[in-house]
Design a protein around this ligand. Sequence first.
Ligand code: PLP
Length: 448
Amino acid sequence: MSTLESVRADLPHLVTTLPGPKAQAIIARDSAVLSPSYTRSYPLVVDHGEGAIVQDVDGNRFLDLNAGIAVVAAGHCHPRVVEAIREQAGKLIHMSGTDFYYENMVELAEKLARLAPGDSPKRVYFGNSGTEAIEAAIKLARKHTKRDQFVAFFGGFHGRTMGSLALTASKSVQQQGFFPAMPGVHHVPYPYVYRSSASSAEACALDCIRNIEDVLFRHKVAPQDVAAFVLEPVQGEGGYVVPPKRFFDELRRLADTHGILIIADEVQSGMGRTGKMFASEHFDFVPDIIALAKGIASGMPLGAMIARADVMDWTPGSHASTFGGNPVCVAAALATIELLERELIANAARVGAHMKGRLDEFPERYRHVGDVRGLGLMIGVEIVRDRQSKERAPGLRDRIVQGCFERGVLVLGAGPNSIRICPPLVITKDQADFAVDTIEECLRTLRA
Ligand code: PLP
């Protein structure tokens, strides 16, 4: 590492071998007592963070391109978010918005209702996580339509509780041993253009729609029984897959033809990550229900389900959550949205375009880079054995993820063989360049 990098507080700086002694001791304790279901890609034990930088317990500084899995939108411990949390915690920590009223919950609902795509009035339900936002959406869709089945997409990830798990079709290990989850979910292919044999992105989109109309609806489920389509506008866990606009247009047509609702799971793609508040906006796509969590409160646990007001017609007692919309989380969300609107969404668009512009050159230069895709600061790099065969190379992907960690840059995998880039939206151009340089260095090492 050069002297310049070592003195710059905004770039990585490693002072021990990894993991350092303190990290090793904590990992040993963790492995004796924490649930073995957690998936840890590398031995990082974080002590504190600021912006896009985290420092581990041994004093090693890392550039974080994970943001706590697309959560800390405003960066680690943004002063404005910290101040909002402190202020609210000193005033009112909990009251249960399901039984009583408090103003900041109303203010946040008003904001989200205003921001959500589409002109029709909206209502908002609050939970604590992505999976709860999805569970709420499932229940609302059933209640409103009086239908009980759902169509979801292969590669989609919607959570791990029994309703959302039924919609999830990302990795089979997530299902293994838990059958049966909620009945009535049918999975169909998602428009994964890079892996499609269709002649164009448009053709790939149309194939997927035809598959629903001509195969699923003909042979398996009557459209009149389908309450909702559930999809991520950009698949996250599935590999950061961006569908063509045509897919959204056709899905809307199909939904309207049969009175089927559309639930957009924007848990990962929402809240400015893609350079717009909601990924749906990139496609002029207006869902009936939107699920949010992750980035909404920059690290505080909050989930939201926004629905068209005429759809959210359930009655008192139909659904609720003790902690959902907790005043402290809501305060963090209000501060986050203010920052998103003021500067962070524009930064995500600007720095994201810069990063993707550089990464877009990689498939030409490195034979293991098959595809680069994404919107804003939600970028996936698909690693393959070679570009001609497109054979997935999960082992090589893991070596790159590990190589980045050893150089002080934190990235994770997404899907079987993609690198996931989802930094805090405060990341600077210099930091983005450092990250891309590091990925490039790892690719060169693979070549050697
Ligand atoms: N939906 C999407 C698109 C997600 O990426 C996730 C989590 O990764 C979830 C739902 C579930 O969110 P949570 O882990 O907060 O329950």
